[in-house]
Design a protein around this ligand. Structure first.
Ligand code: ADP
Ligand code: MG
Length: 493
């Protein structure tokens, strides 16, 4: 029997756009499509292509994909599309594990919302005082992004009401569970209407996620994008080291490969601290990111790494999860992780977009079993290299290309990136190519400038005015930061 020539194409497959498909295949408002074009979002990422049709149709969704795959827009476009802008009530709530992830999400949602006037997006996180948040809530917000603890606070005080909620998003759900937010999330979900849509995003899929979704989601559709790195873009190499040589070997890797930005993963906080010390002794600009840092210090560390004034960020897996850091030339596994999935996540941070990246791993003889598991998971042969082939490829010290200036005053003072850029390229006479990222936080502004002109910029800024006011500015010195232990000792004195 031959197929009937008029057989319609398989409806289910025809409806689902494939990765790389343009956004205009989706039922989005013309203003939204125009804004996406302006943002340079022409084609959907694979997770967006797989989940947007489901989320836009109003279904509950469980989506699993790695960091950097574009999950924010995957839920952001759905929740923004379902908003009624003329109705001033909280219609969407996004829960995130940490303050900085919530800030990142709020920022990305604001970019996505630019096509439509007057969408109010409010971030409610710990670390800021409650009262101004309550005032902002009274003014009305359409979308709230927050951490579970702070959202609970507002619900219990009655300053936040979720009766009009359409969309509840659990972003980085696995990490929220790691952090012990299971009960808080349950409490918050009970404050939302039972008819809401719930979208759950997660990088991994531990048992806790299944349990959470059984409790909170209704007939969810599942989208899982197993990681497929473009292996040719990530060049993986393994080095055998004795346990005692491990930290010195990291320095040798850096001197040999000379990557501009490196993320080095340690299994413990103590190892992070030890490695930073070893690297600094050898003149590298290195910073540690781990759970003991205060929020403000975390912000400063991430800003300096992202704007290329710090060469090496030394982090634990938990600390580095979910952070959107572009342009990483290398990932170094200081220790082999026992979990192949974690290995795949770690090395996926490099080799993004059009760039190639190095994934360099140090393994002691007792860790060969772990390497074997990873290799089995990846289905590739490990490329072993001897440490002895690592030679310094230049005598020049490895300095980061940029330096960060810290200016007193931020959002609270209504400072905008354009003001700072204007001051530097106008009267002060610097070329805009010499100025890097400008990050405005609540009370501080950070400007990356070419390392060679940092003192000059500081002098000109301090001598001039910014928005009619004189400026307090200092250069952040990566290696001047004290170790957490010393700081704790100082505090306790
Ligand atoms: P995830 O939450 O999966 O870690 P993000 O939502 O933070 O990923 O997105 C990672 C980066 O990709 C962001 O800088 C974002 O602006 C960018 N991005 C997202 N979607 C697209 C797209 N369709 N086209 C181009 N860039 C995109
Ligand atoms: Mg994310």
């Amino acid at each position: 029997m031959t197929a009937h020539p008029n057989t319609p194409p398989d409806a289910s497959s025809a409806d689902i756009p494939t990765a790389g498909a343009p956004f205009d295949q989706l039922p989005l408002a013309p203003a939204m499509l125009a804004n996406l074009r302006q943002l340079g979002y022409l084609n959907m990422t694979p997770i967006q292509a797989a989940s947007l049709p489901i989320a836009l149709a109003g279904h509950d969704l469980i989506a699993q994909a790695k960091t950097g795959s574009g999950k924010t827009a995957a839920f952001g476009l759905a929740l923004l599309t379902h908003l009624n802008v003329r109705y001033f009530a909280v219609q969407a709530l996004v829960l995130c594990p940490t303050r900085e992830l919530a800030d990142q999400v709020a920022q990305e949602l604001r970019r996505l919302a630019r096509g439509e006037d007057n969408i109010k997006i409010l971030s409610l996180v710990g670390g800021s005082t409650l009262r101004p948040q309550m005032a902002s809530l009274e003014h009305g917000a359409h979308v709230v992004v927050g951490t579970p603890g702070r959202i609970m606070d507002h619900l219990q005080r009655g300053s936040l009401n979720l009766d009009a909620l359409n969309t509840l998003v659990l972003d980085e759900a696995d990490r929220m569970l790691d952090m012990g937010f299971y009960d808080d999330i349950g409490f918050i979900a009970r404050e939302c209407p039972g008819t809401r849509q719930t979208l759950l995003f997660s990088a991994t899929y531990p048992e806790g996620i299944a349990e959470l979704s059984r409790r909170l989601l209704r007939q969810p559709q599942e989208v899982k994008l197993l990681e497929q790195h473009e292996h040719d873009k990530i060049r993986q190499r393994f080095y055998e080291v004795s346990h005692d040589d491990r930290l010195q070997a990291v320095a040798r890797l850096l001197k040999h490969y000379r990557p501009v930005s490196t993320l080095a993963f340690c299994n413990t906080r103590q190892q992070c601290r030890d490695l930073v010390q070893v690297l600094r002794e050898q003149g590298f600009h290195a910073l540690a990111l781990h759970g003991e840092l205060e929020q403000r210090e975390r912000d400063q560390v991430l800003i300096q790494f992202a704007n290329r004034s710090c060469s090496v960020l030394v982090a634990t897996d938990v600390a580095a999860r979910g952070l959107d850091i572009a342009q990483l030339e290398a990932v170094i596994n200081v220790d082999v992780t026992p979990d192949p999935e974690v290995y795949v996540h770690r090395i996926g941070r490099t080799g993004r977009a059009d760039q190639e990246g190095w994934a360099l791993s140090l393994a002691s003889p007792s860790q060969m079993r772990r390497v074997a598991n990873i290799v089995k998971e990846l289905g590739t042969e490990p490329e072993w290299h001897p440490l002895s082939e690592l030679e310094a490829t230049s005598d020049e010290p490895m300095l980061p290309p940029m330096a960060t200036l810290q200016i007193l005053g931020g959002r609270k003072e209504k400072t905008r990136p354009g003001d700072v850029l204007g001051a530097l390229t106008g009267e002060a006479g610097f070329a805009s190519a010499q100025i890097g990222k400008i990050t405005v936080t609540e009370s501080t502004t950070y400007v990356a400038v070419e390392r060679g002109i940092a003192h000059d910029v500081q002098r000109r800024l301090a001598a001039g005015k910014l928005k009619g006011k004189s400026v307090k500015v200092r250069i952040l010195d990566v290696n001047a930061e004290s170790e957490p232990r010393e700081r704790a000792a100082r505090r306790n004195r």
